[in-house]
Every structure is written in C-alpha cells, then in structure tokens.
Write a protein that binds this ligand. Structure first.
Ligand code: SF4
Ligand code: SF4
Length: 285
C-alpha cells in the first residue's frame, strides 16, 4: 500500500508526520520510506538511516557533431521546449530547457546528434535501526526538473501490497507533487491553520480530486489560528484523521531531530488509528 504524505505549503510539519507515521507502522509491518522532497530531502534527520548505496540519475542530452550538421534546422523545429536554437547555421543548446526526449536526435537527417548524459541527481538507499528501508532522491543543485529524479526514485519500488510505502512528497501543488503522488493509494494532507496553510490546502485538495486519489487531513499546530480549516473540511466532507496541538515542546523536539514518537508514546496510538483508517479508506475497489 502506498501512502503519500503531502502539503500544499512547506513548513506544515509534513515530514514530521510522515516519519512519525513510518516509525509507528514499522512496529508491526514492513515499511519503505521514500523521501521524494528531492529539492530539500530532510527525513533522514528524523529516521537516521545508514546509507549503503547511491545511484546516479541521468537523462539524455544532445551532443551536436558540428562537422556533420548541415544547418537544416529540423532539430530546432522539433524541440517543443525551445532547448535548441540556430544562429548563423550553428546550433545552440540550452540544457536547462531540455526534457531529454531524444526527439532531436531521431529527426536529424544527418545523424549529427549523439547521445550525451546530463546528471539530474541521485537515488540513495539506507536502512534505519528500526528496519525501515529508506530511500531518498537528491536533485542536482541548479537542476530545475525534479520529476525526473522523483520518477526514478519510484521506479525502484516494488508493487508488493504487503509493504507499506510512505512517500514524503515535495511541498506545493506543481509537477513535483503530481509525480510523487500520482500512483498513491491514499494521500494524507498535512496542513496548519494559517491563512497560507488554508489557501494551499484548498489547492492541494483540488489537485487530489483531479487525480481521484482518496485523501484525508491532519491538522498540525491545532489551536494556532481559529477553526477555518475544520469548517472547510466539514463542509467539503473531508475526513480529519488527526490533530497535532500547537505546542512549544513539539517544536523543540522537532528542532532536535525527534519525531512525535521518539521517547514519547503519547502520539503512537493516534498515529496507529490514522493508519488503520487509511487502510480502510485507501483500499482500491
Ligand atoms: S532531447 Fe528533446 S527537449 Fe532536449 S533538445 Fe532534444 S528535442 Fe529538445
Ligand atoms: S537536424 Fe541535424 S543536421 Fe539539421 S540542424 Fe539539427 S543537428 Fe544539424
């Protein structure tokens, strides 16, 4: 079963909930934890895995053989991403715009485009002391296309339904979230009762409805700022699976790299109840 943990907005406590939930479930089931927040992966601070493997993620990039190129411009015309341009019969390549589709190489009538590789990031694997199979994607600094790494990260996952896969998604509601969440059985949306949190929650809800993925909400920092989120969820028929109070002690524990259940069992029962509820709601017909 794949459970995505997402939030429209960064800083809601998504990773805190994802890691705490993973540790709770790992007490009784096999867990794979996937840190798909590839621009700023930080779940390792909480789960503290020992890494043992790192695999580079690359994608195709064109290398123009200028001596073979006749300046016909077919590659430029083909490229839908404007990653190629021609100036005075010379091809210019803009790597940050390239999507690695390889189409330019295929359409070139002179076989003047060779395969090159562009480094997008890496996939790292480790294991935690509690036996969690930990995986994370790390995007190359400056690389704008995080879905390439997220897709590579998810490709390596098995379809074993007896395993619980927790995917810590990137914040926001853009392509990166879509890549992380698209084949999840259930999505847990972590939100906070602030104006930004509320606004971004609504966008995340719209995205999940579009993808037809069942979801529920956990309200973190409950009590911070009114009950607008509660009212919204009630009116939309969205299940609130849990509430984490706005407490200084939780913030202090977070800053020390401790999850909600490290040395404190007060949230373990609540998180177990969340998982049991997800198991019921996330089963596909
Ligand atoms: S690989 Fe695709 S996106 Fe990249 S330059 Fe060629 S046609 Fe454009
Ligand atoms: S399609 Fe091939 S030959 Fe034509 S401009 Fe591009 S690289 Fe040169």
């Amino acid at each position: 079963m794949r459970i995505a943990v997402a939030s429209g907005k960064g800083g809601t406590g998504k990773t805190l909930i994802a890691t705490s939930l993973a540790l709770t479930i790992a007490q009784s089931e096999a867990v794979v934890f996937v840190d798909a927040d590839v621009e700023a992966p930080n779940a390792h601070f909480f789960l503290k895995p020992e890494f043992f493997e790192s695999t580079p993620v690359t994608s195709f990039a064109p290398r123009i053989q200028t001596e073979q190129c006749n300046g016909c411009g077919e590659c430029v015309e083909f490229c839908a991403f404007s990653a190629l341009a021609m100036v005075k019969k010379k091809i210019l390549f803009f790597p940050e715009l390239c999507h690695g589709c390889e189409g330019c190489r295929i359409v070139c009538p002179k076989a003047a485009i060779e395969k090159d590789q562009s480094m997008k990031g890496s996939i790292e694997r480790g294991r935690t002391r509690s036996g969690i199979d930990f995986r994370r994607g790390v995007l190359t600094i400056g690389e704008p296309r995080s879905p390439v790494v997220i897709n590579a990260l998810k490709k390596g996952l098995s379809q074993n339904q007896n395993q619980v896969v927790i995917i810590d998604c990137p914040p926001g509601t853009g392509c990166a979230l879509m890549a992380a969440v698209e084949d999840a059985d259930y999505c847990l949306l972590v939100t906070e009762p602030t104006p930004f949190g509320f606004s971004d929650l609504k966008m995340a809800v719209a995205a999940l409805e579009e993808l037809h993925i069942p979801f529920g909400v956990i309200i973190n920092k409950q009590g911070l700022n009114g009950n607008k989120t509660e009212v919204y969820c009630r009116e939309k028929g969205i299940e609130i699976l849990g509430r984490i109070p706005y407490q200084r002690s939780i913030g202090e524990r977070y800053a020390r790299g401790l999850t909600l259940i490290d040395g404190d069992n007060s949230f373990a029962d609540e998180l177990r109840a969340v998982f049991n509820r997800i198991k019921i709601k996330g089963v596909k017909p």
